[in-house]
Design a protein around this ligand. Structure first.
Ligand SMILES: Cc1cc2nc3c(=O)[nH]c(=O)nc-3n(C[C@H](O)[C@H](O)[C@H](O)COP(=O)(O)OP(=O)(O)OC[C@H]3O[C@@H](n4cnc5c(N)ncnc54)[C@H](O)[C@@H]3O)c2cc1C
Length: 485
């Protein structure tokens, strides 16, 4: 491959090269790896355009990567990988509209402080702020709150470089189809270089976490989801225990909740990880470990008042396998009841599946972004987890299979960042605008330079030869196969 590049192209690649030869990309949880042929870090939009043109000319697929937090092969490529970290500048600030325009590689934690300095904040955030803004909207990353959409829905304009190297700006009244598709486009339409984000004036949150029971929460879900602006809860399998977290905007003075080194760090992180390591050999211990952690760490009222982004985020502990789907929120209680029946039945079997805590439950307002799992409906995201103590594997596939069977029967749509088993025909049924998205993808990326295994597996029509990167000399035609997950 390298010989395909001209002298000047090679010099350009060398100038923006990032990392040594033989660089291996690993996602955050170290569950997916790839070895890109070139790992490059563009600094400007012009460089991105130039890179796309070179990639298209030589048939070299191209993938931008944010912080690599997606627990799947979504960002993987063995061709050109673009590290977008240098594209993290502020481009415009409109205090009247309360918007900020930034380059797409900016990390959410950088964005939080840029906004804070200007007296603004994101209206809702997920559990962490490590992601890049483009990576986060690529998968419709979300927080929680019945009146709050996912991050994709907060974008008012964006600029995307399509697969021909064309710079396209879009917004609600400017190329609206591209706008509705690109705000959650799992990297399939092009490279996003700029986004304008609708924010709100900076605010503090008053959060209260209280213990409750699953039956009570599910029986009164209609009331609980509206009991605060932002509500989420964690269920502890093998118990009827949940911890309900409610947060509202407040003007009260700050009252941060200090982490206890003994309880939260030593016991909640290090000891828990050791316990899970040991439980790989003695899985029957898992229900006891779960009960013990609920009793010692979560069976109490925890109250905090602080800047919004500090309260939204929390410690996600150590590497993990995760699976998360969105279901119409009215179906959430059924999903959780079915999951509980299965987990309890497995506990009775000597060789049954044992699962880690928690099961995380969050709520997101409906969206008009074509591929947002919240497209056209308020949803409840239900996340299941299996930790990888000290990066060691644990069995999770049967848990995932059963969980996915349950959520599919309840109208579920998977979180795009996470490994899942929804393919072309399933997705066509699940998303009214899926065909439009696939058509637009063909127009935006006629040579398939943004196609990687994930896009081929889930988005492209199966059994249809697709011209992908390399049209012209060395062109490849691909057919889609279901993976052996
Ligand atoms: C510990 C942890 C906690 C998490 N918490 C939450 C949560 O609370 N809520 C939630 O919804 N999700 C959550 N996630 C999932 C996470 O938000 C998504 O995986 C998100 O996509 C990661 O962003 P990233 O910058 O790491 O993107 P990457 O994983 O690097 O990339 C994701 C996709 O974005 C594409 N992309 C990146 N940059 C660009 C660009 N400039 N233009 C076009 N495409 C681009 C990539 O090609 C890839 O397809 C969590 C993940 C982890 C590991």
């Amino acid at each position: 491959m390298p010989h395909l590049l001209s002298e000047s192209e090679r010099a350009f690649f060398e100038r923006i090269r990032c990392g040594g030869k033989g660089f291996e990309f690993k996602n955050w949880a170290n569950t997916f790896h790839c070895k890109p042929l070139y790992y490059l870090a563009p600094e400007t939009e012009c460089e991105v355009i130039e890179l796309v043109r070179i990639a298209a000319r030589h048939g070299l697929p191209l993938k931008p990567v944010g912080s690599g937090h997606s627990p799947s092969d979504l960002a993987c490529t063995d061709s050109i990988m673009l590290n977008m970290d240098k594209m993290n500048r502020i481009l415009a600030h409109d205090p009247y509209a309360c918007t900020l325009t930034v380059e797409a590689g900016v990390r959410l934690h950088q964005l939080n402080s840029m906004l804070e300095q200007r007296g603004m904040a994101l209206s809702s955030l997920g559990s962490i702020s490590d992601q890049s803004i483009a990576g986060a909207i690529a998968t419709a990353t979300h927080g929680t709150g019945m009146a709050f959409g996912d991050l994709s829905s907060t974008i008012t304009h964006l600029v995307i470089i399509d697969g021909t190297g064309r710079r396209r700006k879009c917004g609600a009244t400017e190329d609206p189809d591209l706008f509705d598709a690109a705000r959650c486009s799992i990297g399939a339409l092009g490279i996003i270089t700029q986004v304008t984000i609708q924010c709100e004036p900076a605010f503090k949150l008053h959060a209260v976490q209280t213990p409750d029971t699953l039956d009570h929460v599910l029986d009164s879900l209609d009331e609980i989801v509206f009991s605060a602006e932002h509500v989420r809860f964690w269920w502890f399998p093998y118990t009827d225990n949940v911890a309900v977290w409610r947060a509202n905007r407040t003007t009260q003075p700050k009252q941060p909740h200090p982490e206890s080194f003994l309880r939260d760090r030593l016991y909640g992180y290090y000891y828990y990880q050791l316990q899970l390591l040991k439980a790989r050999l003695t899985p029957d211990d898992i229900p006891r470990i779960t009960r013990e952690h609920f009793a010692r760490r979560f069976n109490r009222r925890i109250e905090t008042v602080d800047d919004s982004y500090k309260v939204f985020n929390f410690d996600c502990l150590f590497p993990q396998y995760v699976n998360e789907w969105a279901v119409p929120w009215e179906n959430a209680a059924d999903v959780l009841r079915q999951l509980r029946i299965w987990i309890n039945a497995e506990e009775q079997k000597p060789d049954g599946v044992r699962v880690h805590f928690p099961v995380e439950v969050r709520f997101v307002n409906k969206s008009d972004v074509w591929l947002s799992p919240a497209y056209g409906q308020i949803v409840c995201y239900i996340g299941v987890i299996m930790y990888r103590p000290y990066h060691r594997a644990v069995p999770y596939k049967k848990y995932w299979r059963v969980y996915e069977d349950i959520v599919r029967t309840q109208g579920g749509r998977p979180h795009w960042a996470k490994a899942h088993k929804m393919y072309y025909y399933d997705l066509r049924k699940a998303y009214p605008k899926f065909d439009d998205f696939v058509k637009l993808r063909g127009e935006c990326d006629p040579n398939g330079i943004f196609v990687n295994d994930y896009i081929r597996r889930h988005i492209l029509p199966p059994n249809e030869p697709i011209l992908t990167a390399g049209s012209g000399s060395g062109s490849r035609s691909l057919t889609c196969e279901k993976p052996r997950l």
